[in-house]
Design a protein around this ligand. Sequence first.
Ligand SMILES: Nc1nc2c(ncn2[C@@H]2O[C@H](COP(=O)(O)OP(=O)(O)O)[C@@H](O)[C@H]2O)c(=O)[nH]1
Ligand SMILES: Nc1ncnc2c1ncn2[C@@H]1O[C@H](COP(=O)(O)OP(=O)(O)O)[C@@H](O)[C@H]1O
Length: 207
Amino acid sequence: MKEKGLLIVLSGPSGVGKGTVRKAIFSREDVKFDYSISMTTRKPREGEVDGVDYFFKSREEFEQLIQEGKLLEYAEFVGNYYGTPVDYVRETLDAGTDIFLEIEVEGARQVREKFPEGLFIFLAPPSLSELHSRIIGRGTETDEVIRGRMEQARKEIDMMDLYDYVVENDEVERACSRIQSIVEAEHCRRERVQHRYQIMLELEGEQ
Ligand SMILES: Nc1nc2c(ncn2[C@@H]2O[C@H](COP(=O)(O)OP(=O)(O)O)[C@@H](O)[C@H]2O)c(=O)[nH]1
Ligand SMILES: Nc1ncnc2c1ncn2[C@@H]1O[C@H](COP(=O)(O)OP(=O)(O)O)[C@@H](O)[C@H]1O
């Protein structure tokens, strides 16, 4: 039987750099996993393409998808829905290919419940003050929203212990390399477990 792919989840507080790190990983030539394109009700930003950056949906369409059980997880984030289409994830894993999700923490918690065997990576800021600077640096939010996001970030950082790995996003390329190394190490670990299991079966057969 073909080995299933690995479900890789990258999450972390808003503004830590998840989107930036994910784009940098997928611009690398040696990347071996597939990206799960999310659905969202947020409006496309300039330059964003439907079916590439996100599948852009209306609220009604999104709620219909929820009802039909088409989403592996979903969450409401700053007034918009975001969710992961379940069929693509399952098909990719069944084909033996790794799939990479970049999602906020509530969605990651839901995926953990459904796929406890996944690889969960928390992207952490070097410090809270650096996180604050990044949120301000993005320049898209008002003071009140920034305060709200920092408050939210403190709660999100509290969920760090639920993850298999914590990767510091001090520098984008370094964070990418760390994530790739973690995925490779996880594959080695799973191969060892599988090998051991086969040997145990053989030993049992001899008895
Ligand atoms: N739960 C969940 N979160 C998602 C999904 N796709 C993207 N996100 C998260 O939604 C948040 C907002 O994303 P976006 O609107 O692209 O703005 P950003 O804050 O500039 O990255 C980010 O934290 C993403 O990681 C998804 O499918 N499910
Ligand atoms: N390692 C890093 N060093 C400095 N700035 C970063 C780093 N990673 C991301 N940023 C900046 O931080 C801001 C938030 O990044 P973004 O990818 O939008 O975060 P998230 O997707 O987690 O909300 C952006 O302005 C981005 O350019």
